[in-house]
Design a protein around this ligand. Structure first.
Ligand code: AMP
Ligand code: ZN
Length: 142
């Protein structure tokens, strides 16, 4: 299994650094975020080291998403939040701090003060929106 000796999440997978485990299978580990943005904040990671979304197959990414969905459902039933954010950051510009792919499952409550999804939409220029759609479509691979 591909591992990075300096990676904090690889060390968690190997049991060198402890974690509060919620779920694991052969490919995936889910554990509590040590600095939770909200009560119940859980991380879902591949056991094999992958830095970000560009470093993993869409199939393995889908497996991680599936477990995140199950964790979100369990959070919804147990902690009864008003909402849940699923976040997965790729690259420093996107604020990714730990360079081992992880999906955040973050419960939300009205008035919790978190700003993670509080962006202000600005009207787009249709010409540039369409131009970017064409660029993306031209590079879409299956
Ligand atoms: P990101 O900005 O998406 O890279 O977020 C990294 C997340 O990993 C943060 O929410 C940290 O609180 C969390 N984190 C860092 N070290 C640990 C650890 N040892 N155990 C659990 N969560 C951690
Ligand atoms: Zn790693």
């Amino acid at each position: 299994m591909n591992k990075d000796g300096n990676c904090i999440f690889c060390k968690i997978v190997d049991g060198i650094i402890p974690c509060i485990k919620v779920y694991e299978n052969a490919k995936i580990l889910a554990f509590m975020d040590i600095n939770p943005l909200s009560p119940g904040h859980t991380l879902v990671i591949p056991k094999e080291h992958a830095e970000n979304i560009f470093d993993i197959s869409p199939e393995d990414y889908a497996l991680i998403s599936g477990i995140a969905a199950r964790i979100a459902s369990a959070i919804n039933k147990s902690l009864k939040p008003d909402g849940v954010n699923i976040m997965q950051l790729n690259g420093k510009a996107a604020n990714q701090v730990v360079p081992h792919l992880h999906m955040h499952v973050t419960p939300r409550w009205f008035g919790d003060g978190l700003t993670i999804s509080a962006w202000e939409p600005k009207p787009g220029t249709m010409e540039s929106v369409k131009e970017n759609a064409e660029l993306i479509k031209a590079h879409l691979q299956f």
